[in-house]
Design a protein around this ligand. Structure first.
Ligand code: AMP
Length: 547
């Protein structure tokens, strides 16, 4: 017997309809590429999104076609989030930090029909425009007064002209909730980047889950500033969660340096933010150097790579900003776990509580996870044994776009698929998952695994260290041994022996890195993660000498 409730498809447009109807006056503030601060509301954003949906139809964009963006976080990008997906097309957020060859590969693979771009990325688009095979229209995300001369881009269109040519009388279409809504490509440190094609249903379910108090904890009383880019897994879902909850939104545009972010946090009275650890390093550096404090910010989500406990401590103990350590992947929409405390942790001493918060956290409802050994047998949740982490759930990828790379799933005895994350983790009896490594970053010394993240966290806790990466370096006796690559804080004096002495008592002696290489900078990938494969290429033979 079926239940007798309404059948209403879960569509992304419904989020915007809700925000307009119930939070119409709520503000959406953007620092724009043009240099100004733009203020609008959900009411205006909804009307402009409807006009843009009509403009897309006028450009001949059909349901299911891909519409690409190369853009910062801003109101025009948000309007495209809703106009494109809401009208049944697929929003493809390209990462402008990728190498131009990758941008061309990905746009061709996705068969993008239209490309919208912020003026910052004009040189990139000019350099590659002729190489795109499928793009029919290029649109500069600006107004007529700021339209650039761009002889290399034939028929360049203007965003505000497209909006001004339409009225906002438009009904969002109704369709199957399983229809594709947006497309993101994985960072792809090896092999070709692969596309993850989200659906309306997966996006709405993910939005419900992340807005909950023990996840990203969003409400109508919040002012949310997503530092995480809208081209990095849909800014972790915040542009959707803000509409669902009616939170005020503040978009930082291109200003991601510590000073610009801090000013926006203070002037707009931001309460909740989200970003990768490398961004927070810049912000904390600025706040510390100028002896400032956060007057309204009380929570920040940190994920994308492991949050060093030293950073967590600074945020929480010095600035009274609670850190929500979260883990996820492009393939997971992206949120999988958040390190929210349970009641039993509230009475713990600060160090013990911090140890719980430093894990990647427990699964949000909807995500199921397990760890397995090399034969695929499930391992105990004892917080000690580590194995490959597998996940499943309604917002986790089933197959990559165009079945690139074949079937990624691992079958279990019940015949249900699990997605192999490539992360190596422990899970404790309370369900807190702790990532010890990416499987390809694991250091195998004499057959035993050493967790590079733990070693990086210790190095990062040293007051003179700005950034640290730990890699597996080839070793004549042990196959591999840990090697630390370190960037010192500006002006700091620090020797190899001083730093290695800092590991004593903090870790089993045999885990201590064999050597330290001091460098000026560690290479970062397009989403702000340390490129350890690049470091391995460069320093992998450091302990055995040149070949
Ligand atoms: P991406 O799909 O590019 O966002 O990368 C996903 C990968 O980032 C995961 O499989 C993890 O290896 C890593 N990652 C994400 N969040 C965390 C975290 N909080 N701690 C450690 N690694 C993380």
């Amino acid at each position: 017997m079926f239940g007798s409730m309404m059948q209403q498809p879960l569509l992304i447009s419904s989020l915007l309809v809700h925000a307009e109807r119930h939070h119409g006056e709520q503000e959406v503030v953007s620092r724009r590429v043009e240099g100004d601060i733009h203020r609008s509301t959900y009411r205006e954003l909804a009307a402009r999104s409807r006009r843009m949906a009509k403009a897309l139809a006028a450009l001949g964009v059909n349901s299911g076609e891909r519409v690409a963006t190369l853009a910062w976080n801003g109101h025009r990008h948000m309007e495209l989030y809703y106009a494109v997906s809401g009208s049944g097309a697929v929003l493809h957020t390209l990462n402008p930090r990728l190498h131009p060859d990758h941008v061309v590969y990905i746009a061709d693979h996705a068969e993008d029909a239209v490309l919208f771009f912020d003026l910052t990325f004009l040189p990139l688009v000019e350099a590659v425009a002729e190489r795109f095979k499928t793009v029919r229209h290029f649109v500069a995300m600006t107004d007529r007064a700021h339209m650039p001369e761009a002889p290399k881009i034939a028929g360049l269109l203007c965003f505000e002209d497209l909006i001004n040519a339409q009225d906002d009388h438009f009904e969002w279409p109704n369709f199957d909730e399983n229809q594709a809504s947006s497309l993101c490509y994985t960072s792809g440190t090896t092999g070709n980047p692969k596309g993850v094609l989200y659906s309306h249903r997966s996006t709405i379910l993910h939005t419900f889950a992340i807005a909950l108090p023990d996840a990203l904890n969003c409400s109508a009383r919040d002012t949310i500033l997503p530092v995480v880019p809208m081209f990095h897994v849909n800014a972790w879902g915040l542009p959707y969660a803000a509409c669902m909850t009616g939170a005020k939104l503040v978009f930082p545009g291109p200003g991601l340096d510590g000073k610009s972010l801090y000013e926006l946090f203070e002037t707009e009275r931001v309460t909740l933010s989200a970003g990768v650890p490398t961004v927070w390093q810049g912000l904390l550096g600025y706040v510390e150097a100028n002896d400032l404090k956060f007057t309204t910010m009380r929570r920040t989500v940190i994920g994308g790579s492991a949050c060093p406990p030293a950073m967590m401590r600074t945020f929480q103990e010095r600035y009274d900003v609670q850190v929500l350590h979260a883990w996820g992947m492009t393939e997971m929409s992206p949120v999988g776990t958040v390190a929210a405390l349970k009641p039993k942790h509230l009475g713990l001493a600060s160090d013990a509580r911090m140890a719980v918060q430093a894990t990647q956290g427990r699964a949000v409802y909807g995500v199921d996870m397990k760890i397995v050994d090399e034969q695929g047998a499930e391992l105990a949740w004892d917080g000690q044994i580590s194995g490959e982490l597998l996940v499943r759930g309604p917002w986790i990828v089933n197959t990559y776009f165009k079945s690139e790379g074949g079937d990624p799933l691992v079958a279990d005895p019940e015949g249900r698929g699990w997605f192999p994350t490539g992360d190596v983790a422990t899970i404790d009896a309370d369900g807190y998952m702790h990532i010890t490594d990416r499987s390809k970053d694991v250091i195998k010394s004499g057959g035993e695994w050493i967790g590079s993240i733990d070693l990086e966290n210790i190095a990062m806790a040293h007051p003179k260290v700005a950034m640290a990466a730990c890699i597996a370096a080839l070793h004549a006796k042990w196959d591999e041994r840990p090697l630390l690559i370190v960037v010192k804080k500006p002006g700091a004096e620090l020797t190899r022996d001083e730093l290695l002495a800092f590991f004593e008592g903090r870790i089993a002696k045999w885990w201590t890195p064999d050597d330290v290489v001091f460098v000026d900078a560690i290479p970062l990938g397009a989403t702000g993660k340390m490129l350890k494969n690049r470091l391995r290429e460069q320093y992998g033979r450091h302990l055995v000498g040149a070949a």
